[in-house]
Design a protein around this ligand. Structure first.
Ligand code: F6P
Length: 536
């Protein structure tokens, strides 16, 4: 049977050595036809080898996976996270005027109440009505890891121009260096510590929380009074001593890496205020509305996903780079690594059968222009093709430094142009001849200056990075992950792959403290022995 995957592979093979530039010659309107706009965002996917035929096959792939029905099932609260028996409703967190009924119960009143309590707490803290034992709160330390860190950390950095609250810091790593470096210089009497952990059992977070409490106890009479918790494990937060009025919970149908929209976003709300935080939610909700209503061929998350599928599953490119030309999106690649790789880094389909096509790609990246001076060499001239996803705002926030922004943007556009066009051997030879080289030396030097080109990229363009547009972009990527997961028929909402290492760490810990124990491999025992002896 010829599957749609076979037909896509055949289509790709039949393209032979077609170049992206050929597609522009064949279709004079390609730049417009392959740049899709919605609510102020432009997704340009023209600099790829996807032409009308490939696009139609990809859309057929999406329809064949029952994407539209699966999408509605998610928004309606069906238990699409089948391996954990859970609904997936992070979208409800950003649509507080909406309605979602789960198991016969309206979930919205509870969500609205928690949001309003968060906003009340944020207002009190920002106005000074809630203070520390040494006065007004000047610093907030969010202790969490994975989804309880990456989302708020990324968003707090991204929205720095909107900060008008306390300074916000993040501690995630169990490495004592992280918390030591963060707490150094902070005054315990004017610091609020937020323990962000859905389960309130994650060992890194609980170890750091205990260390922060000891630090606080060294200076103030009631350390727990300057703690808040983002968790629904209220027995555990009570055991830790945190008053219920500063505990903000969320349900098991909000996955960790999808949780920035609710209580896990408290640090962001404290930094930018509840009104700006609501603008962030509004951006996410607007993307939800677009994702639900737009036809697949004009649907940004669907197209972003299909471009990803084309490059990874069809063309076989093993990684993709996310390259924000915005220094404040410094942590976006790390955030997307968890979102995409924890969601779609799976080896079996929902029914337990092995996947016939590769699952999600390796995602990595770094803001431009810094990356240009680090790894772009490989992207331009290395032997593996890395599809690049450029992200750019038309306006910066530094009006007095507008010339920086133009230069930044020029670099972004130049990179995608260079990746597509490349430089031929003839052009390189002409360059070398112009520099006075000739003969074998000209030939040798010219070969080093060839750029193969034909390297695909997309560009996401927005007017300016604001709470609203950040909300749009984050929700866009969330839904992209969902669409890819539906097409691959995997469960994008569990993460069993993180369990084994966690379990073994608990068993290895005694090895490092004491004696050899049975049940470990020879290499691990050897390393543990060396570790002990090198500690002295
Ligand atoms: O890394 C696994 C994981 O469960 C992530 O999915 C989650 O974001 C993170 O750990 C933190 O979990 P918690 O919020 O329960 O501390």
């Amino acid at each position: 049977m010829t599957t749609i995957w076979n037909r896509l592979a055949d289509y790709r093979a039949a393209q032979g050595d077609t170049r992206i530039t050929d597609l522009f010659e064949a279709d004079p309107d390609r730049a417009e036809n392959f740049a899709t706009q919605a609510d102020g965002l432009v997704f340009d996917w023209s600099k790829t080898l996807i032409d009308a035929g490939a696009r139609d096959l990809l859309l057929e792939l999406a329809r064949g996976a029952d994407l539209e029905a699966r999408r509605e099932a998610m928004f309606a609260g069906a238990r699409i996270n089948e391996t954990e028996g859970r609904a997936v409703l992070h979208t409800a967190l950003r649509n507080l005027s909406g309605s979602v009924v789960l198991d016969g119960q309206d979930v919205m009143p509870e969500l609205r109440a928690t949001h309003d309590r968060m906003a009340g707490f944020a207002r009190d803290l920002r106005s000074g009505a809630f203070s520390g034992q040494g006065g007004r709160i000047t610093d907030v330390v969010n202790i969490g890891i994975g989804g309880s860190d990456l989302g708020p950390y990324m968003a707090v950095l991204a929205l720095a121009p909107f900060h008008d609250g306390p300074r916000v810091h993040f501690v995630s790593n169990v490495d004592g260096a992280d918390i030591a470096d963060t707490l150094k210089g902070l005054d315990p009497a004017t610091t609020l510590v937020i323990v962000a952990s859905k389960t309130f059992t994650t060992i890194e977070t609980m170890t750091n929380a205990q260390t922060a409490r000891d630090w606080m106890a060294g200076s103030v009479a009631q350390p727990a009074a300057q703690f808040a918790a983002l968790s629904s494990a209220t027995e555990k937060t009570a055991d830790f001593g945190i008053d219920l009025s500063r505990v903000f919970g969320f349900e098991d149908w909000v996955g960790g890496r999808y949780s920035v929209w609710g209580p896990i976003g408290l640090s962001l709300m404290l930094a930018i205020g509840p009104e700006r935080f609501d603008e962030f939610l509004a951006g996410g909700a607007a993307m939800d509305a677009h994702f639900r209503a737009a036809p697949l061929e004009a649907n940004l998350p669907v197209l972003l996903a299909l471009v990803g599928i084309w490059h990874h599953q069809v063309c076989g490119y093993p990684t993709r780079a996310v390259l924000p030309y915005d220094n404040r999106l410094l942590r976006l690649p790390a955030y997307l690594q968890q979102l995409e790789m924890e969601s779609n880094g799976k080896r079996v389909a929902m029914d337990g059968s092995e996947l016939a096509v590769p699952s999600g790609p390796v995602v990595w990246g770094e803001p431009g222009t810094n990356g240009q001076h680090a790894f772009y060499q490989l992207i331009h001239q290395g032997t593996s093709v890395v599809p690049c996803e450029f992200i750019l705002a038309a306006r910066g926030h530094e009006e007095a430094l507008a010339h920086h922004h133009i230069l930044l943007a020029a670099n972004c556009l130049a990179q995608s142009e260079a990746l597509m066009r490349g430089r031929s051997l003839e052009e390189a030879r002409a360059l070398m001849a112009a520099r006075g080289l000739e003969g074998p030396e000209l030939e040798r030097q010219a070969r080093h200056r060839v750029f193969p080109g034909n390297r695909p990229s997309t560009t996401l363009l927005m007017r300016q990075l604001t709470p609203y547009t950040l909300g749009q972009v984050v929700a866009l990527y969330e839904h992209r992950v969902f669409v890819e997961g539906v097409i691959l028929r995997i469960n994008s909402f569990d993460q069993w792959g993180v369990e084994l290492g966690k379990e073994l760490a608990l068993k290895v810990e005694p090895l490092l403290k004491g004696e050899d124990a049975a049940g470990h491999d020879a290499s691990t025992l050897h390393l543990a022995r060396l570790f002990r002896s090198m500690r002295g």
